[in-house]
Design a binder for this molecule. Structure first.
Ligand code: SF4
Length: 417
């Protein structure tokens, strides 16, 4: 089975290859927000408005510590001019369009409208011991993957740092208000599977050293950049947002770098740049095929940086940060789920050393009639077995959010129609 779009036509460049967009079309910029500024810039901003320096800390404590942007709640600020001040410094960035919840209430998908009408989404998932938020880094995406709803319309624009941070603040506000249910303990990721329990051994990602001003169960402690967009194509803003997430409260969200996962389809130079930032972030490479022949069509950026270049960059990430890299691999029936591809993947990883990468095969939704459908249980089991037999750590990923259209971009695409 070869990759092909279903129900839409992939934009092509002059050479006939799938079009890759690195530069967003020019659009109005979102308003500058408190979260776009460094702590020093916030103090300077407060002073430029005739306020004492400590007002900057107060405002930060409201936004990053209490997830509040309502002036009525900021009673420590002078009443006179408070509303105007908050409107100027914390302008609304995300307008809720829709929220979808799973039946058990432990997963919520948010659809947000930005100031210019662009739509983005984030997905909040509560697990035993951690709360994960999957966030968007761009409106749309320029990477043009043939299976992806987000890629269909191309890149609308890069998100600002504050628009990225605001997704976390909004999720924290929902958690604080008791808006997400406790997670049920579930290990049955593949119904009826006889995979060994170790195959489901999900690596804990929270860090005991995390700043605990707000109890961990009251806020997001695990972020994955796996919503709309290719994070490394919006490198500057994504790093700016991450620095705000890492800054101790009240200057930022006080999160642990280990709890933040940046994913990429393989922008090799940017992966190396990320490694050289000196932050122990988690890095995930969305590989999905170990051979260029298939990956050229499955992930069009492979035209620019081949499988080996992406893996070399991922290995550099491990060597520089000491952080084990995640290799994401969506198992697609008859397309990339062959035993020989599991062997080739293991060979390529082992050729670069042992234990530096962890493979996460991800079962897709079973979609009857589509070429983009889930591998069957036998192929899934065999793929995993071969990796593990070759000494490659591998874990079947949870596919939380299936029942609420969890695949990246689908909800926004449906609403835009
Ligand atoms: S799969 Fe990811 S990188 Fe590819 S088009 Fe979709 S959002 Fe972009």
């Amino acid at each position: 089975m070869r990759p092909a779009t279903e129900g839409w036509t992939q934009a092509r460049d002059t050479g006939g290859r799938p079009l890759l967009q690195f530069d967003a079309p020019k659009r109005g910029k979102p308003p500058v927000h408190w979260a776009d500024l460094t702590p020093e810039e916030r103090v300077a901003k407060a002073e430029s408005l005739g306020l004492p320096r400590f007002r900057a800390k107060q405002l930060s404590a409201h936004y990053f510590g209490h997830y509040a942007d309502d002036p009525a709640l900021m009673t420590d600020l002078p009443r006179a001019g408070r509303e105007e001040l908050v409107a100027a410094l914390l302008p609304p960035l995300l307008t809720p369009v829709r929220q979808l919840r799973t039946d058990d209430g432990a997963t919520i998908k948010f659809l947000w409208r930005l100031h210019d009408g662009a739509l983005i989404e984030s997905v909040l998932m509560r697990y035993p011991g951690r709360i994960t938020l999957c966030i968007s880094s761009q409106a749309g995406c320029g990477m043009n993957c043939p299976f992806c709803a987000t890629g269909q319309a191309g890149l609308t624009r890069n998100l600002s740092a504050a628009e990225i941070v605001a997704q976390v603040v909004a999720a924290n506000a929902v958690i604080r208000a008791g808006g997400i249910a406790p997670a049920a303990v579930s290990t049955a990721l593949v119904p009826g599977s006889s995979l060994p329990p170790s195959a489901f051994d999900v690596e804990p990602e929270s860090d005991p050293a995390e700043d605990d001003a707000v109890p961990a169960h009251h806020r997001v402690n695990n972020i994955v950049f796996m919503g709309m967009g290719e994070p490394l194509a919006n490198y500057g803003r994504v790093m700016q947002a991450i620095r705000v997430m890492l800054a101790p409260q009240p200057d930022g969200l006080g999160m642990s770098a280990r709890g933040i996962t940046v994913s990429s389809v393989g922008l090799a130079p940017a992966i190396r740049r990320l490694a050289d930032e000196g932050l122990p972030l988690t890095f995930a490479l969305s590989l999905h095929a170990p051979d260029d022949e298939l990956r050229d069509d499955l992930i069009p950026i492979n035209d620019r940086w081949k499988v080996d270049e992406a893996l070399d960059a991922a290995r550099h990430y491990f060597e520089t940060t000491g952080r084990r890299v995640s290799i994401e691999y969506a198992l697609i029936k008859d397309m990339n789920d062959h035993a020989w591809r599991a062997d080739l993947l293991a060979e390529k990883l082992n050729a670069r050393g042992r234990g530096w990468a962890h493979v996460n095969p991800i079962p897709l939704n079973p979609t009857p009639g589509s070429i983009w459908t889930a591998s069957d249980r036998e192929h899934t089991r065999e793929f995993l077995r071969r990796l593990i037999a070759a000494g490659v750590p591998a874990t079947l990923r949870d596919t939380r959010g299936k029942e609420i259209d969890g695949a990246c971009g689908q909800l926004a695409a449906a609403t835009a129609d």
